[in-house]
Design a protein around this ligand. Structure first.
Ligand SMILES: [Fe+2]
Length: 264
């Protein structure tokens, strides 16, 4: 890596890989869909210094799903870091079924990349436990001159869908206080909402990212899916602290969502 060049991240989210390669959710084979996303990232050559996997890796938190995920990422040789979502089992993820250990703080040149665990066992909605908030505060304060980006599963702010907004981080005010006081967070990136969205929150831009399988409908009061294609986010971290980011959707695949699903 070049010491002072642009750092390239990609974010994938909400893979919902099942216990077998054939597992389908809302008519979509989640393993195939995730594999095609990896192929697309890989086809772009040395684009990604690091891939951030922001939760709901597995459909039901089963070790065989994490094995399938790991095998496929190893095949494409993409370096990655991960964090849990509400469909994951953090303990299973940490017990060796995923080929990369949990790395909550990464250094990429002078950039710092922080992963937070917002998942609460047995709950759909997100929360940051006191030890997670303490880790955040300590990390930001320890290096006040370093620009940080933060990754997590649940968003802290509403995204315009009533049913999903009820699931956002319940103690987002505590989180906001720490981010504002530190002043060195440049952006936050989340998953969970299966759609692209951005907002200003705690003085920073927050970006949500499409799922690698199916998308939820934007601005929907209740649970609803869209026909949106699988996607992922690219993020360029510039040496002067600027960030450029955007979303890529797959285009040349068959993608038929079964809208009969009433929840997931
Ligand atoms: Fe989720």
């Amino acid at each position: 890596m070049i010491a002072h060049g642009v750092r390239h991240l990609v974010q994938i989210s909400d893979l919902h890989v099942g216990e077998t390669r054939q597992h389908r959710l809302a008519g979509i084979c989640t393993y195939d869909s995730f594999s095609k996303i990896l192929a697309d990232i890989s086809a772009r050559g040395d684009y990604a210094d690091m891939m951030m996997v922001t939760g709901d890796v597995a459909a039901e938190g089963k070790h065989s799903a994490y094995r399938l995920f790991s095998e496929q990422v190893r095949f494409f040789e993409i370096p990655y870091a991960w964090l849990p979502g509400n469909h994951d089992d953090f303990a299973v993820m940490q017990s060796g079924f995923i080929s990369s250990p949990y790395w909550p703080l990464l250094e990429l040149g002078h950039w710092r990349v922080l992963s937070l665990n917002t998942a609460v066992p047995g709950q759909v909605g997100g929360r940051l436990e006191p030890e997670e908030l303490a880790f955040l505060e300590q990390s930001l304060r320890a290096e006040p001159e370093s620009p940080f980006v933060i990754f997590m599963h649940h968003p802290p702010m509403p995204v315009g869908c009533d049913w999903l907004d009820k699931q956002r981080i319940s103690n987002a005010d505590d989180f906001e206080g720490i981010v504002r006081a530190a002043g060195n967070v440049k952006a936050l990136f989340t998953g969970h909402v299966h759609q692209e969205f951005s907002a200003q929150w705690a003085g920073c831009p927050v970006y949500t990212t499409p799922s690698t399988c199916f998308q939820f409908a934007a601005e929907s009061e209740g649970f609803a899916m869209s026909d949106g294609m699988p996607g992922y986010r690219w993020i360029d971290l510039h040496p002067d602290g600027r960030i450029k980011t955007g979303v890529r959707h797959l285009t040349d695949i068959e993608h038929r969502v079964d809208h009969a699903l009433a929840g997931y």
